[in-house]
Design a protein around this ligand. Structure first.
Ligand code: SAH
Ligand code: SF4
Ligand code: F3S
Length: 437
């Protein structure tokens, strides 16, 4: 087998960052990454299982891979579908050599050695209940200016609809010392933005009991060279007021909280096992809105959960009116294997789910059209992310995580990853237009 590999990644930011660590580990073992499937000796497929018959799509994709078989290629299926389907993958796709879930990646070097010895059916599935986290100094980050740090892995919340507790194992945090060390190394390497990741990032519990989540945010925000600290995703159940106080007191902490509500109906929330009510959620929103800084709030929503009534959908819509989200990610409920909700009748038709989704998305568009107007004339710093040569615009990102397209009179376009002060000249429902000052 040639020691070249190709990797394809699906799913959330945690998966994207896992792939950066997997790539780093492979490179450390002497492998070379290629961007072309055909050139690779080893093809890795980092999978997501969150919605929409994800496992069927993986098997479909593997069937396509099968055509490449016979050229000495080896295949690895990793990530959430790997953990969920386990050895069934070998049965359906015998040419796959490795099946490994994220809780086993720390064993990748030994899995690779076995692969090189010609073994097949190599699994990394048996340590779902591990208390260890995947920590490695070998991270092949794809961006040189902003980077992720996973501070907590797994999920113990068991929402009725969700696969994550079954695919990523139980909740376990890294020590604050280890997080600080990685953040310091990143700052020394020139990173200015760090984003903490976790399925429930604010459920962070320092095994050393030295720092709370809010204290860890502040400590990283105070590192020399660090200009922005973000964190995602926050769970309302564990959202504490000291997080808001930390954002207020520390300018480098970005003024944005992603706090998924899922539904505005307390009855639906109870059926989802979210462990909070509409009022509990709105109390946390009130803390955020009472902050001195204008903290942007975003959310995930699910429509068509089994038994959701039209009136309950409207409770979600009225909650959106109260919160005035700056962005939402709304999904049609999708029945998933192993979850309690799969045995509840999926009572809302696909057409109804589509219609309900549209109700929320239309409403949200109107909310954003008006609420983004508050930025008109505002002066802000944006991090440069790209250049739009056609329209001579530079694409930047605000601290609130909004896209800001701006023009500049300077003959030299600002460098990627640099910061530029701009004034907002026009607002849209999903972006801001500005000019460099
Ligand atoms: N841990 C985070 C989010 C994890 S998954 C949280 O609890 O907020 C990202 C989003 O996918 C969820 O917020 C939810 O809105 C959506 N999601 C998860 N399972 C789903 C399912 N079975 N059907 C539809 N959407 C789902
Ligand atoms: Fe899934 Fe709920 Fe855990 Fe989020 S908190 S990952 S929705 S089980
Ligand atoms: Fe998907 Fe697994 Fe992330 S299911 S959303 S890749 S945690």
């Amino acid at each position: 087998m040639s020691k070249t590999f190709y990797i394809e990644t699906f799913g959330c930011q945690m998966n994207a960052h896992d792939s950066e660590k997997v790539v780093g580990t492979l490179e450390q073992q002497g492998y070379v990454q290629t961007q072309v499937e055909d050139d690779a000796g080893l093809i890795l497929y980092n999978t997501c299982s969150i919605r929409d018959k994800a496992e069927q799509k993986v098997f479909h994709r593997l069937n396509e891979y099968k055509k490449l078989q016979g050229e000495g290629k080896r295949f690895a299926v990793i990530g959430c579908v790997a953990q969920q389907e386990g050895e069934k993958i070998f049965d359906k796709a015998p040419y796959v050599s490795i099946v490994a879930g994220s809780a086993s990646y720390r064993n990748l070097p030994s899995m690779l050695e076995r692969l090189e010895r010609g073994e097949s059916r190599i699994t990394g599935l048996d340590d779902k209940k591990t208390t260890e986290t995947f920590e490695t100094p070998f991270v092949a980050r794809t961006n040189q200016h902003r980077g992720y740090i996973t501070i907590i892995e797994g999920c113990d919340k068991f929402c009725a609809y969700c696969v994550v507790p079954y695919t990523r194992g139980n909740e376990r945090s890294r020590t604050s010392d280890s997080v600080m060390e990685e953040a310091r190394r990143m700052a020394d390497a020139g990173y200015t933005e760090i984003q903490f990741l976790g399925q429930n990032v604010n459920s962070y519990l320092d095994p050393l009991r030295k720092k709370t989540f809010a204290e860890l945010l502040v400590a990283v925000g105070e590192l020399s060279g660090i200009r922005r600290v973000r964190f995602t995703t926050s769970h309302p159940r564990d959202f504490t007021k000291d997080i808001v106080d930390a954002i207020d007191a520390t300018e480098t902490l970005c003024d944005h909280v992603h706090l998924p509500v899922q539904s505005g109906s307390s009855r639906v929330l109870a059926a989802m096992n979210r462990e909070y009510t509409r009022d509990w959620y709105l109390e946390r929103i009130a803390w955020i809105k009472a902050a001195k800084r204008d903290i942007s709030i975003t959310s995930d929503l699910i429509v068509g959960f089994p038994g959701e009534t039209e009136a309950e959908l409207m409770e979600t819509a009225t909650l959106m009116d109260i919160v005035q989200y700056d962005a939402i990610f709304a999904f049609k409920y999708s029945p998933r294997p192993n979850t309690p909700a799969i045995s509840m009748a999926d009572s809302i038709s696909e057409d109804d789910k589509v219609a309900r989704l549209k109700v929320l998305l239309d409403r949200q568009r109107e909310i954003q059209r008006i609420s983004y107007e508050r930025h008109l004339g505002e002066v802000m710093d944006v991090m440069v992310e790209g250049h739009n040569t056609q329209r001579v615009q530079v694409v930047g990102r605000s601290s609130q995580n909004k896209t800001v397209n701006f023009t500049t009179t300077s003959p030299i376009l600002p460098a990627l990853g640099s910061y530029q002060r701009v004034r907002v000249t026009q607002t849209f429902p999903n972006s801001l237009l500005a000019e460099a000052i």
